[in-house]
Design a protein around this ligand. Structure first.
Ligand code: PLP
Length: 362
């Protein structure tokens, strides 16, 4: 018998749900509503697809290990220097690598809960203790409690903003205040996977703070508003020496050349990002309105998904929706999460939910 580390053997792996192709095939003509992954619901920009096709003949070569073109393009977009950018195979890879770099026996990682399912898994990979801090009553990340949970052995504290799965948001000023209090020996990681969807503040990103402080980093991704989830590319922003150290825990060549080309090209179209932002807000308004009309509680969202309360029986309702081809994310016993989809997917979700709830009442 091979001797797997006990902590890994006991781990419940990340649940990625069914793949798109497989799920679509199963439901054939009725079609599906894929509202479980918080991806962008429509294909990437046409110029991005052209760029990928154009670069495909070069994939017999290894990619550029330094991802110079992407770092330069991001630096220009964000108004920082390229050495303050560190790309990864999706921001979840940056998060895993960061945990690995800061973990080890006798360390702890503090993060809000419920939040992104990878945080506890990363703590196990990193051989660090997980300290989960409950959200406040409004389902927001409780920064006061997060600060209070930091111990002498804590090396990493994570703020997910907007928080997945609740869509709640803490302001930039609140995060600044929090970062001011956290000891310099603890890395503050602000996960802005959904940062481009925020409507609450014109400037919501912590990027400027991250380039100012050696113990603050921001993780962002091309998987969401840019619609490149299938390519796996994200990045972290921080001070160069901090990123250089974290990067030592990363495997080589994790960002493929097609991912780099796609992300670099996507950055040239900020007006399309703005359109997607607005389209998402329209979806949010529609779904929040439909939930209000039905007396269903939800957390007002700053992201591209909504955390809603279906009450006792929620897992069964989610399962019934899945059997109709409408896939939403499993949540808790009483709450669940639906991603904002296309207009027709959003409508389909509401219609299917009505059907399931009516069936259960009769
Ligand atoms: C909060 C949060 N962070 C990070 C990610 C990782 O995204 P990716 O690895 O696709 O960049 C996700 C994906 O769902 C997320 O919800």
């Amino acid at each position: 018998m091979v001797r797997i580390r006990a902590a890994i053997d006991d781990l419940v792996p990340y649940d990625g749900g069914p793949g798109f192709e497989e799920f679509a095939h199963r439901f054939g003509a009725r079609g599906i509503a894929m509202l479980a992954g918080n991806e962008y619901p429509t294909p990437p920009f046409p110029e991005v697809l052209d760029a990928i096709a154009g670069a495909a003949t070069g994939i017999n070569r290894y990619p550029d290990e330094g991802t110079a073109r992407l770092r330069e393009a991001l630096a220009e977009t964000l108004g920082i220097t390229p050495d303050c950018v560190w790309p990864g195979a999706g921001s979840s890879e940056n998060l895993t690598t960061t945990a690995r770099a800061l973990g080890g026996q006798g360390t702890s990682i503090v993060y809000p809960w419920p939040s992104f399912a990878m945080y506890p898994i990363n703590a196990v990979y990193a051989d660090a203790e997980s300290i989960m801090v409950p959200l406040d009553e409004a389902h927001r990340v409780d920064l006061g409690a997060l600060y209070g949970a930091i111990r002498d052995d804590t090396t990493l504290v994570i703020v997910c903003n907007p928080n997945n799965p609740t869509g709640s948001y803490v302001t930039r000023a609140e995060i600044h205040e929090f970062a001011d209090r956290v000891p310099e020996s603890v890395l503050v990681l602000v996960d802005e996977a959904y940062g481009e969807f925020v409507a609450a503040e014109e400037e919501s990103s912590i990027v400027p703070l991250a380039v100012e402080r050696p113990n603050v980093v921001v993780a962002r991704t091309f998987s969401k508003i840019y619609g490149l989830a299938g390519l796996r590319v994200g990045y972290m922003v921080g001070q160069a020496p901090t990123l250089r150290s974290l990067r030592k825990a990363q495997s080589p060549f994790v960002v493929g050349s097609l991912a780099e080309v796609a992300a670099t090209t996507a950055l040239r179209f900020p007006e399309r990002v703005r359109e997607r932002f607005e389209l998402n807000r329209r979806g949010v308004e529609y779904l929040e309105g439909a939930l209000s009309d039905r007396g269903i509680r939800y957390v007002p969202t700053q992201a591209n998904f909504i955390w809603l309360r279906l009450g006792a029986g929620t897992p069964g309702i989610v399962q019934e929706l899945l059997e109709m081809g409408t896939l939403i994310r499993k949540g808790t016993e009483e709450w669940t999460r639906v991603s904002i989809g296309t207009e027709s997917e959003n409508r389909r979700f509401v219609e299917d939910l009505d059907l399931v709830l009516r069936r259960r009442r009769s």
